[in-house]
Design a protein. Structure first.
Length: 336
């Protein structure tokens, strides 16, 4: 019997599964769908969650696993199933579209819990939850572990955003959406809500993330003192390109760093990066605009082209931000 694999939310086509359902399917054959492989394998499985492009290859040599390997991998899956807690009511695996009555209830819960003024902190919270992911280590990511990480200096002030998420979860009680979304989902959805409520694009963020039960590894977030190259490397380690770094950094158009209206999501960030008001001696407030990590971007040859594009093409920025945000909020996620 052939099964259709759920599609990974990033651009490669690998299965993203963990937990008991994967255990049950171990012995069943299926078709493997990564770009370079169209085979049907018996007893084939993947323990590695696909959160960025191309970091798992599908080789038929690895596909035929021994009984002993299957047993040890089953033990690992069993561990994963007990380590990650997820929303209760999922029948299917992998990212699920948020739609219909459940979507309406979630949106209503956000509207009730968060006015526009909470948009900046909600968007930053989504970044800080997901950006603990590291591809090579295969851990961290969009799993609501940020709730255990507020004592870290980089997360100062983010508790305000977490309280909104808790309130949204509370608001969902007794609605059709109760038990259908995890905290990790709500953090990801909160950032998208923040973007749309401030005039940015509507981003369809899938649901189904499992919540972690403890903190992610420390020292994964980029410091504001990093050079452009170090910022690129930091994002690359998470599976994000230079173009995605630039698209996502456009989030700084929200908040009080001086990139236009603090509560309007637009492309003013990129216009300012090209104008460099912080270098203008006649602009007394210029030095207050942006972070050092913003200032270094326009002089980097790998970052500059996207900055120039987004400065003149807001639609393109919206489109690329949406794609990069969806990817960011899937980093390292274990799906129910
Ligand atoms: C590229 C590396 C990044 C660094 C070094 C960085 C650092 C910072 C710092 C230090 C602040 C606080 C500024 C202040 O108020 O003094 C901040 C604010 C903010 N960051 Fe980032 N950030 C980065 C990328 C991102 C990304 C990718 C997102 C979201 C997709 C994001 C969203 C935000 C938002 C919305 C705020 C304003 C928060 C508020 O006013 O409450 N940042 N960032």
């Amino acid at each position: 019997m052939l099964e259709t694999m759920p599609q990974c939310s990033s651009s490669c086509h690998l299965e993203a599964r963990s937990g008991l359902a994967a255990l049950q399917r171990l012995a069943r054959p299926f078709t493997c769908l990564p770009k370079q492989c169209k085979r049907t394998h018996s007893a084939h499985q993947r323990l590695v969650h696909c959160s960025s492009e191309g970091h798992i290859e599908c080789s038929s040599a690895r596909a035929g696993i021994s009984r002993r390997a299957a047993m040890s991998q089953m033990a690992m899956l069993s561990f994963l199933a007990t380590t990650f807690r997820g929303p209760r009511a999922y029948a299917a695996e992998g990212p699920q579209a948020l739609q219909g009555d459940v979507k309406a209830a979630v949106m209503q819960a956000f509207r009730k819990a968060a006015d526009k003024g909470k948009a900046p902190v909600l968007l930053r919270l989504a970044f800080h939850d997901a950006a603990t992911h590291e591809v090579s280590a295969g851990d961290g990511g969009a799993n609501a572990s940020v709730q255990y990480e507020f004592s870290r200096p980089e997360n100062t002030g983010l508790k305000r955003g977490w309280r909104v998420i808790e309130q949204v979860m509370q608001n969902l009680k007794g609605t059709v959406a109760e038990g259908r979304v995890s905290y990790a989902d709500l953090i990801a959805l909160g950032g998208a809500y923040a973007v749309s409520v401030t005039g940015g694009p509507v981003i369809d963020v899938p649901i189904g993330r499992r919540d972690a039960a403890s903190a992610d590894p420390a020292d994964r977030l980029p410091a504001e003192t990093l050079s452009a190259e170090a910022l690129r490397l930091n994002f690359e380690a998470k599976g994000l390109s230079a173009q995605e770094l630039i698209a996502l950094s456009g989030a700084h158009t929200l908040g009080n760093k001086g990139f236009g209206d603090p509560l309007t999501f637009d492309n003013q960030y990129y216009k300012s990066l090209l104008q460099k008001p912080w270098e203008d001696p006649t602009n007394t407030m210029g030095s207050m605009i942006g972070l050092p990590s913003d200032h270094v971007l326009p002089d980097d040859s790998k970052c500059r082209p996207s900055i120039e594009t987004y400065a003149v093409d807001q639609q393109r920025f919206f489109q690329d931000f949406g794609a990069a945000y969806t990817k960011m909020t899937s980093l390292g996620a274990r799906w129910s």
